[in-house]
Each structure stands twice: as C-alpha cells, then as structure tokens.
Design a protein around this ligand. Sequence first.
Ligand SMILES: NC(=O)c1ccc[n+]([C@@H]2O[C@H](COP(=O)([O-])OP(=O)(O)OC[C@H]3O[C@@H](n4cnc5c(N)ncnc54)[C@H](OP(=O)(O)O)[C@@H]3O)[C@@H](O)[C@H]2O)c1
Length: 156
Amino acid sequence: MFGEFPETVPTHVRASLGVEGVEGKHFDAVVMGRGTYDPGLRLGITSPYSHLAQYVASRSLGTSPDPAVEIVSGDVPDRVRKLKEQPGLGIWLAGGADLAGQLVEEIDEFVVKTYPVFAGSGIPMSRAGFGIRELELTDLKRFGGGQVVTTYARRR
Ligand SMILES: NC(=O)c1ccc[n+]([C@@H]2O[C@H](COP(=O)([O-])OP(=O)(O)OC[C@H]3O[C@@H](n4cnc5c(N)ncnc54)[C@H](OP(=O)(O)O)[C@@H]3O)[C@@H](O)[C@H]2O)c1
C-alpha cells in the first residue's frame, strides 16, 4: 500500500517533500511525543523538522539525540504555555494521541486531514477522554483524490 522505502532515507521531512528552503508561513516550532519521534529516530533521523524549533516530550530519552531537538519532560503543558508566550509563528503539535490528550486545552486550532478510506478502528486523535469542546470551521480544502483538510478554531 505504501510502496518501498527509498534506499536513501531523507534526513528530514522537507527533503522528502522536495520543499527545502521554502519559507514557513504558519509554524516555527513543533512539539511531539516520543512515540511520534521514535519511528524516524529508529531510521537514524534525529532532526526530522530541521526548519522548526523541535521539542520532544520524553521521560525515557534522557539526553537529546540531536542538538536541534530539546527534550521536555514533566509539566509539558506548562512548557507549551511558555512557548506560546514567545513572539513568532504558531506551534505545531505533531502528535501523538497521548501528548495531544495532555495538551488539549492548549490547542487553539485543529487541522484535520481526512482520507477516503474506512479503517474501522485505529489510533484516536487524542486520549483526552470524553469532553465537548466547541469548534468553529474556519477553512476547508478538498483535493482531487477525495482528501479533505478541515481547519477548526477552538471557541473559548
Ligand atoms: N496521523 C497523524 O497525523 C499522526 C501524527 C502524529 C503521530 N501519529 C501516530 O501516533 C502514534 C504515536 O502516538 P502515541 O500516543 O503512541 O505517542 P506520543 O503521544 O507521540 O508519545 C508518547 C510518549 O511521549 C512521552 N510523554 C508524554 N507525556 C509526557 C510528559 N508529560 N513528560 C514526558 N514525556 C511525556 C512519553 O515518552 P517516554 O516513553 O519516552 O517517556 C510517552 O511514551 C504513532 O503511531 C504515530 O505514527 C499520527
């Protein structure tokens, strides 16, 4: 379904997408859990989003495998609140569900990609537990392959 991995794995996401050197418009930092960082790390990719300031939540990693990546442990929401106070572009929460659950009250915007595939079950978007948070649809993009990207702002 996903095809073969290339023999040479690109060392960061922008190289694999062919958009190196393009100025970012939306984000200048990324926060992810170790579960999200780990698959790349196992391929030797230590700085996957090298165009952004990178923060990985982990208690097990100890020292960072890359000087461009800061390991955050403990009160991650507090660290994110401090990052939000700094001037600059947005912070992208790259996942996964564990971290998204802890940070759910800090999320100001949800960008959801939907593919025309029915999987039946899978990994939840967040493990925040049940709780209604009202959202406002702010953007919707439809692509030729049936993919849809919807953007929602959190109503406060
Ligand atoms: N579809 C998408 O757009 C998307 C995006 C991202 C991820 N994903 C998928 O989601 C999966 C990973 O999600 P996940 O929920 O299993 O894991 P995750 O949220 O990425 O990472 C969980 C890990 O983060 C660390 N962590 C969490 N809270 C922490 C805290 N307060 N302090 C310190 N460390 C903390 C812990 O690492 P330690 O164990 O090192 O302590 C924990 O095991 C992967 O399969 C990935 O492919 C999908």
